[in-house]
Design a protein around this ligand. Structure first.
Ligand code: SF4
Ligand code: SF4
Length: 297
């Protein structure tokens, strides 16, 4: 079957054990205000405009039957309310300033990339990680890729938000070697405010996932003045302690790399001026969580 993939990164070292190939799925059911992969959120395969590459040839204006390429205050923009993602302009932009945010691929095409690194997975105890966006917004496609990996004895992991009807994802979760999921905020109201999602379902699903007996890594992205509060992190660390199969609780430093993508999508970036945490601050956070099994990545 076919699905939408935004990127496939080989030789990844931060998405599970050993050397991995990370497959990024398109579409997400949560809307975290700090998302560093904003091009993966929408289910629509939108066109990104990289202004730095644009040579102003005007071809896209001529070929777009929808009139979606516009100039506003002297700046070239895409009117997404008109764009139907036909790809005409992407094909005609020889400067590669226009790119689709995702690619339609079959599971065999994804596999063809994954199998290239089998020797590295074997040497490093690595494998494949399905990430996103949100993997379980394309559950059947993910399941097919995972099953094909298992047939080739390639280890599989997911990075998920676990914010789904558990009955619909359990069968796929049960096939994995590692389940990584985020708990971003402990307080329900704050979680809703920053992610547009209820965290009750995530806590419930975490307990259900734990019963599958598969190793788990719980993660919190450190977002300045949002998730980095001592009480938030302690409460989550306390919850992680209750999960029998949790290998550790991982804190991820703030990732500022989504900036160029926000610009290419003409979207506001609420965290444009936020910076990764200094080593001193990371040490402080880790010290405050001494007594818990915490890793900072
Ligand atoms: S076709 Fe590409 S290079 Fe030419 S104006 Fe459009 S975006 Fe710019
Ligand atoms: S993808 Fe199609 S509709 Fe969208 S801007 Fe390009 S040519 Fe126009």
């Amino acid at each position: 079957m076919e699905g939408y993939i935004t990127d496939i990164q080989r030789f990844s070292l931060n998405d599970g054990d050993g050397i991995r190939t990370t497959v990024f799925f398109k579409g997400c059911n949560m809307h975290c205000t700090w998302c560093h992969n904003p091009e993966t959120i929408e289910f629509k395969n939108n066109v990104l405009l990289y202004q730095n590459n644009c040579i102003g040839c005007g071809r896209c204006f001529k070929v777009c039957a929808q009139g979606a390429h516009i100039t506003e205050n002297g700046v070239h923009k895409i009117d997404y309310s008109k764009c139907v993602s036909c790809g005409e302009c992407v094909d005609k932009c020889y400067a590669e300033a226009l790119k689709f945010s995702a690619k339609k691929m079959t599971s065999d095409e994804v596999l063809a990339q994954i199998v290239q690194d089998i020797p590295y997975y074997e040497q490093s105890d690595g494998g494949v990680t399905l990430s996103g966006g949100e993997v379980f917004c394309q559950t059947e496609f993910a399941d097919e890729i995972i099953s094909k990996c298992r047939l080739r004895k390639i280890k599989t992991a997911v990075e998920t938000n676990l914010c789904h009807d558990f009955d619909k994802i359990e069968k796929t979760l049960a096939k994995l070697d590692l389940i990584m999921f985020d708990i971003k905020l402990f307080d329900g109201e704050t979680h809703k405010k920053y992610t547009d999602a209820d965290n009750k379902i995530i806590f419930e699903n975490a307990k259900k996932a734990d019963k599958l007996g598969i190793p788990i890594i719980v993660r919190t992205p450190l977002i300045p003045d949002v998730t980095d509060g001592a009480e938030n992190l302690k409460n989550i660390a306390e919850f992680v302690k209750t999960l029998k199969n949790a290998r550790y609780y991982e804190l991820l430093n703030f990732n500022p790399l989504g900036g160029s993508k926000y610009k290419a999508m003409d979207k506001n970036n609420d965290f444009a001026s936020a910076k990764p945490f200094s080593q001193n601050r990371l040490d402080e956070i880790k010290n405050a969580l001494s007594g818990y099994n915490v890793k900072i990545g």
